[in-house]
Design a protein around this ligand. Sequence first.
Ligand code: NAD
Length: 495
Amino acid sequence: MSDIPLLPQVRAFLERDHGLFIHGRSVSAQSSQRIEVVNPADAQVIARVSDAGEADIDAAVASARQGFNAWSQTAPALRSSVLHKLADLLEQHAEELAQLETLQSGKIIQISRAFEVGQAAHFLRYFAGWATKITGQTITPSLPSFNGEQYTAYTLRQPIGVVVGIVPWNFSTMIAIWKLASALTTGCSVIIKPSEFTPLTILRIAELGIEAGLPAGALNVITGLGKVGQALIEHPGTDKVSFTGSVPTGIAVGKTAFGANLTRATLELGGKNSVGFLPDVDIDKAVAGAIEAGFLHSGQICAAGERFFAPRQRIDELMEKLSQRLAALKIGSPLDEGTEFGPVTNRTHQHKLGQFFERARAEQCTIVHGGRLLDREGFYVEPTVILARSLDDTLLKEETFGPIATFLPYDDEEELLAMMNGTPYGLSASLWTNDLGKAMRMVPRIEAGTVWVNMHTLLDPAVPFGGIKASGIGREFGSAFIDDYTELKSVMIRH
Ligand code: NAD
């Protein structure tokens, strides 16, 4: 097969002189610094965007403050209908957005279509539904009444203000949508700072936001390096940061936010997620499970499994069958609809994965399958299976964020639980078994924000998502996100 043809509107978008999206339109940045956007499939520059400066950041924050004043006063039903309209527009522009996303991230086109656009629209509609369902409580205080006076109290949930949404490169469209939808449905305005590697789709989506009916300033997009994110958090005109990214950056973001007059912070960080196969598991289901957990989007998913624990008597068979499946994957261009496994998103990340392979060899782990960078144009690495020697091996401790499944055998259930929990992180974990009773007893003992049984990686907007331990603070989705985007005000009345 060969690459699908690019839509004319995709070519036209790439050729544009990209500005920043401030106050309802694309404006040229005052900063002259530019960042190259590179196609991971062939290492060619496809566009250049601005690395915003101080004056640009001031302009975006001023616009977002104005946007907040307007948007927070709109009726919840109107907010809901604008977000529904934006979801419609995402679907109407689905192929255009999916192609742009694949060009900037190297994600295979089916994943761009299904997740970055299809799921993003689905999540957006879910958030849109919340706009009309945000409520406080009424409370009867027990204060003394000397002259017949009575008391009534109630709480209001009010939008927090101007939200800074900082987005990583792995799901640059969907994660941006989670952030802007959470902010906009609660009545906040938002400034999105996409990753410097993948800034294009959100610039296009901001234009669709205006078409959907967002007032100028409700949604701004500022491109640039990490320092732009930091300056936005430090800015006195912003009220909250919602950050998704790596643990070290997340800790820096948390410190910056607390140092900036306690700017509120939601931190969705990385992990080192465990996958536990119980002794009764069917081997074919275990192999499919390992693929689902570790290799979707080349493992570049925060919730992906990286630490795989299998019963000692079954581990060899499992790794062998998994290796056979990986060997049959069609590796190729992400714009080819037949491709099952594409490049990783940038050269730095490809090199980092190469260093992990070297570390594994230096620590005398067994490379069961893969373990090399591919010698071809673009940023390709082999899907890899590794047998570690102990829990102290680097590949069982550090997040690789790549297509690497590292295995270790265990002998009994208590050892499995200790291994699964033996990490400072706690984003997600999964158990694979036919014995649901056993799984139900183990689930409460697993230290992770999300535990899956016989599934891994898939998220649903109705189910809260976020990390415990060093994997984050706060929750996205469900009703849980509302607490993070609103302030609770108590009102007491004597009458
Ligand atoms: P990263 O931490 O390097 O960057 C994330 C974003 O932060 C980028 O937009 C970057 O420009 C910005 N940034 C960098 N330094 C900053 C600073 N000092 N202040 C403010 N912003 C700054 O992460 P990445 O490499 O883009 O993404 C991969 C990481 O993201 C992985 O660790 C992965 O696990 C994590 N992730 C977590 C989730 C989740 O929901 N928990 C989802 C996706 C990715």
